[in-house]
Design a protein around this ligand. Structure first.
Ligand SMILES: Nc1ncnc2c1ncn2[C@@H]1O[C@H](COP(=O)(O)OP(=O)(O)OP(=O)(O)O)[C@@H](O)[C@H]1O
Ligand SMILES: [Mg+2]
Length: 208
């Protein structure tokens, strides 16, 4: 009996040692993977949080603003050797807007345009034209000299997480469109006759 018990004890001990070994090797092998996964989950969570809060209409601090000013602030800065050709009307373009959020949406369009022109043309230029359309809307048209939008890109352009860039989040335009919609405006895109991409923002004019 004593011998049998001793044997069982020995088996349990060796099983426990092997389990311990297994546990250790699993932790060594899978540990870094878990950490990586955990980091990825953290990043995805942050992106989702940004997406929800940044584009949340309830968070817009709306006030009467002159769209010319927002356009000027967003496109004035020179980036690398890219030239921004800005045309603004003489009269104010009164809209109800959160200038920071709206400005950021315009900057996403600008950033994409600059990225699209990198290496494609040695004379990168962005044409920005602001004005009034149909008497009810203020309009901003942003045209670049990049390769334009393929049919496939056009279909998914504003989808969250759609990107053709290795480091892109694919949220730039999804957020920009959400922010502009929250202003009761629209953001559309097509190609200019010259081939580059053209983005059009329309916002309701208000009486100041
Ligand atoms: N001006 C443009 N010319 C050509 N393609 C464009 C232009 N703007 C956007 N795109 C295409 O639309 C995709 C989605 O753009 P979006 O701004 O939403 O995300 P992203 O630029 O890829 O990533 P992120 O904004 O995080 O840098 C881009 O990956 C690109 O393929
Ligand atoms: Mg972008």
């Amino acid at each position: 009996m004593g011998t049998i018990l001793f044997g069982v004890k020995g088996d349990v001990k060796s099983l426990s040692d092997r389990l311990h070994e297994l546990n250790k090797s699993i932790r060594e092998d899978v540990g870094p993977l878990f950490e990586e996964l955990n980091n990825e989950i953290g990043m995805a969570d942050k992106v989702l949080w940004d997406f929800r809060t940044f584009a949340n209409p309830a968070q817009l601090a709306l006030k009467p603003v002159d769209l010319r000013q927002v356009v000027n602030d967003a496109f004035q800065a020179v980036h690398g050797d890219c030239l921004n050709d800005i045309s603004l009307p003489e009269d104010p373009l009164p809209v109800s807007a959160d200038p920071l959020r709206l400005g950021n949406a315009l900057k996403e369009i600008r950033k994409n345009a600059h990225e699209a022109m990198l290496g494609v043309t040695d004379k990168p230029m962005l044409t920005v034209i602001a004005g009034v359309t149909s008497g009810k809307y203020a309009q901003v048209e942003i045209t670049d000299k990049g390769p334009g939008l393929s049919d496939d890109v056009k279909q998914h352009l504003f989808d969250p997480y759609f990107t053709t860039k290795s480091g892109g989040s694919g949220l730039g335009l999804a957020i920009a469109r959400k922010v502009i919609s929250a202003h009761d405006g629209i953001l559309e895109a097509d190609n200019s006759p010259d081939g580059g991409a053209r983005f059009v923002v329309r916002l309701p004019l208000v009486v100041l």
